[in-house]
Design a protein around this ligand. Structure first.
Ligand code: PNS
Length: 162
């Protein structure tokens, strides 16, 4: 049984992320979507909301679990008995940071590989930040996120402006 951990901030989970989930399930038997608090990025959504929305957006897939984690990713992956870290790679601009993280994680644990999946072209430009910006200005969201994610974002920005 091959288990993959797909870590991220998921603020919020997008259709680009779920595309990566679907692709990884072709190679892995089980997938753990691991939501990091990531205070460095000052997320819009609480960790509980990000986990909840990731559960909703991935409920169509069997063998996917969503949970949050604290601390070092490498330790979490080891604790969960997983075999690889999964990351999506969109454009060249992602590469440098991803390369750094993958090599750093492998330096900490020689046994641990990071596996990259390319999303479908239609999501190759999609980021959580772009989706939040669209939501902030009342743009259309349903092509990019699950409807319940779209509702939550609209609700957040409505509260901010009222
Ligand atoms: O979606 P993101 O923001 O690109 O995800 C980044 C994430 C959460 C995968 C990364 O920040 C992370 O692994 N955080 C946990 C702390 C850690 O292990 N850091 C060292 C690896 S660079």
């Amino acid at each position: 049984m091959r288990i993959g951990v797909y870590p991220g901030t998921f603020d919020p989970i997008t259709r680009g992320h779920t595309d990566i989930v679907a692709r990884s399930l072709r190679l892995f038997d089980r997938l753990i979507v691991a939501v990091a608090p990531n205070p460095r990025k000052e997320p819009l959504l609480s960790i509980a909301d990000r986990v909840e929305l990731a559960k909703i957006a991935t409920k169509e897939f069997a063998n996917v679990e969503v949970e949050s984690f604290n601390g070092l990713l490498v330790e979490y992956v080891r604790e969960r008995g997983a075999h690889a870290i999964i990351r999506g790679l969109r454009a060249l601009s992602d590469f440098e940071h991803e390369f750094q993280m993958a090599l750093l994680n492998r330096k900490i644990d020689e046994q641990l590989e990071t596996v990259f999946f390319m999303p479908s072209e239609e999501y190759s430009y999609l980021t959580s930040s772009i989706v939040k910006e669209l939501a902030m200005f009342g743009g259309p969201l349903e092509d990019f996120v699950h409807p319940e994610v779209a509702d939550k974002l609209r609700q957040c920005y409505r509260q901010e402006t009222s």
